[in-house]
Design a protein around this ligand. Structure first.
Ligand code: SF4
Ligand code: SF4
Length: 294
């Protein structure tokens, strides 16, 4: 099948925001060069973070509020041949169809946007970090290094929404020297990914699989993997925790109802007090005028 060049010119239909776009990472073609990390930092003006040596060629130990895409290195020992291989996986927000972060966010800073992108409005973010707890992929983080607490905002991959909504490719896709990150219509990428899996199997990668087609209602970051997902640290059956759903669909509405009832009670109290005050004033006025008349 080889390289696919046809995605280069692709752009979503601006008249159809319901169209689902996606990125597909074919890990079998990734060389771990980290050009995508640099392009992401450059386009989004996220400063570099210097970390000490952690015993890995990975540039950062994890994603953080200013590091939105990361090539994860896994040293993998093939159980059959005993060969050691390096596996690379581009890690970032998966733009889930059922996103734990969107469910958890109390201020609606996280929302489902056009083209299947999960958007983050940093102005509405209060830095509570509920999204961090709710994300099954550990893909969103709050900046705890900001000196001002009000500047402690969440950060994550935006799928370059500012670029794709203007007909451009995501920055990481544009820069990848091996074209292993593909961007396009989600369904077309799924079909391409299925064929690629079959091709890899025929070449001896018997564990090749497509990840992201069904997980959490469908991810907008898809992977062609050569080994099972857990080898890369990807959850096999990711779920939004029931406690997060309970918080959103039971605790929050009850809290709002209680708050509404309390405000309603206060308003009634205030009106009753005002009325009592007014009638007391009127009675006092009548008393005064009666006295004057005597
Ligand atoms: S990967 Fe995490 S941060 Fe991204 S949409 Fe899914 S739940 Fe939200
Ligand atoms: S940290 Fe921000 S984005 Fe995350 S849940 Fe809290 S308000 Fe929402």
């Amino acid at each position: 099948m080889g390289r696919v060049g046809t995605w280069e010119a692709w752009q979503p239909d601006p008249r159809n925001p319901k169209q689902e776009v996606a990125m597909l990472v074919d890990v079998s073609e990734c060389i771990g060069c980290k050009a995508c990390e640099v392009a992401c930092k450059h386009w989004n003006q996220n400063e570099a973070r210097i970390e000490g040596f952690t015993g890995s060629y990975q540039s950062h130990s994890n994603l953080d509020a200013k590091t939105w895409t990361l090539i994860k290195f896994t040293e993998y020992e093939d159980p059959e041949s005993g060969d050691i291989r390096w596996l690379f996986q581009k890690h970032n927000c998966m733009h889930c169809t059922e996103a734990g972060c969107v469910t958890a966010c109390p201020t609606n800073a996280l929302q489902y946007g056009d083209y299947g992108v999960v958007t983050l409005d940093q102005d509405a973010c209060i830095g509570c970090a509920y999204c961090e707890q709710a994300c099954p992929f550990d893909a969103i983080h709050v900046d705890r290094t900001a000196w001002d607490q009000k500047a402690q905002k969440a950060g994550k991959c935006t799928l370059c929404y500012d670029r794709i909504s203007n007909g451009l490719q995501p920055a990481c896709v544009k820069t990848c020297p091996t074209d292993c990150i593909k961007y396009g219509d989600r369904q077309a990428l799924i079909e391409w990914g299925r064929k690629r899996v079959e091709e890899l199997k025929a070449r001896g990668f018997k564990n090749a699989n497509l990840y992201g087609e069904h997980e959490l209602g469908g991810l907008h970051e898809l992977y062609v993997l050569t080994e099972p997902p857990e080898v890369y640290g990807l959850p096999v059956n990711p779920r939004v925790d029931w406690k997060v759903k309970a918080w959103k669909y039971a605790v929050q509405p009850i809290g709002k109802a209680v708050m509404g009832a309390a405000l309603f009670g206060m308003a009634i109290n205030w009106l009753a007090a005002r009325r009592a005050f007014a009638s007391a004033g009127a009675r006092a006025g009548q008393g005064d005028s009666g006295h004057e008349g005597e």
